[in-house]
Ligand binder design. Structure first.
Ligand SMILES: Nc1ncnc2c1ncn2[C@@H]1O[C@H](COP(=O)(O)OP(=O)(O)O)[C@@H](O)[C@H]1O
Ligand SMILES: [Mg+2]
Length: 178
């Protein structure tokens, strides 16, 4: 999957979950589905919420969230990465909510179930048909670069999905060792 564009509406997380499951299943990575479904849900929900907050400053068209899923070989398995692009010029911030707080746990959850996660400012805007952009090389950490309203940002998360070898047929995995 190069990438898909989803209208940033409340149904976007559901579409994203289905796309991820379909794509991973097609790649034979069914075991990564549960984790990636959870991760994509959190990231796309965050984009939809963040876009809603900046809606007045944007064009009247429904904004989009763009979604890319990639897999690369890794020792004993695959590195599976999900990236979401949205046109919100502020970064995701992992919070540390108190026990009584209702919100602010999505990225904590993403951090807990993935190997790494992060975000970057893309080097150019992303519109349909264009290739997924590389990160901007010239950004001072912690600063929102000029032009970020046009280029948006990418939030990503990666898992190292390890193959679990099946025991040879006829082997009892619960057999006593002595
Ligand atoms: N795509 C995004 N664009 C802008 N801000 C974001 C984005 N994703 C997350 N954030 C910021 O990071 C915060 C923490 O996100 P999260 O841990 O998912 O908690 P919650 O979504 O419940 O607020 C959000 O409240 C928001 O301020
Ligand atoms: Mg969230």
């Amino acid at each position: 999957m190069e990438y898909r564009s989803l209208a940033a509406t409340p149904s976007a997380p559901g579409w994203a979950r289905r796309l991820v499951v379909e794509t991973l299943t097609g790649w034979g990575l069914t075991c990564a589905c549960d984790t990636m479904r959870l991760v994509v849900s959190e990231l796309v929900t965050n984009s939809v919420n963040a876009l809603e907050k900046v809606a007045q400053e944007m064009s009247p068209q429904t904004p989009v969230v763009r979604l890319r899923l990639t897999a690369a070989p890794a020792p004993d398995g695959s590195l599976v990465t999900v990236e979401t692009w949205d046109q919100v010029p502020s970064p995701p911030i992992r919070r540390s909510p108190g026990a009584g707080e209702e919100h602010g746990r999505g990225l904590l959850l993403v951090e807990a179930v993935t190997t790494r996660w992060g975000w970057y400012w893309p080097a150019r805007p992303l519109t349909d048909g264009m290739q997924w952009p590389e990160p901007r090389p010239d950004v001072t950490p912690g600063q929102i670069p000029p032009g970020a309203k046009a280029t948006g940002k990418v939030t990503w998360a990666q898992i190292h999905h390890q193959w679990t070898p099946h025991p040879p047929q006829g082997t009892r995995t619960d057999a006593p060792t002595s």
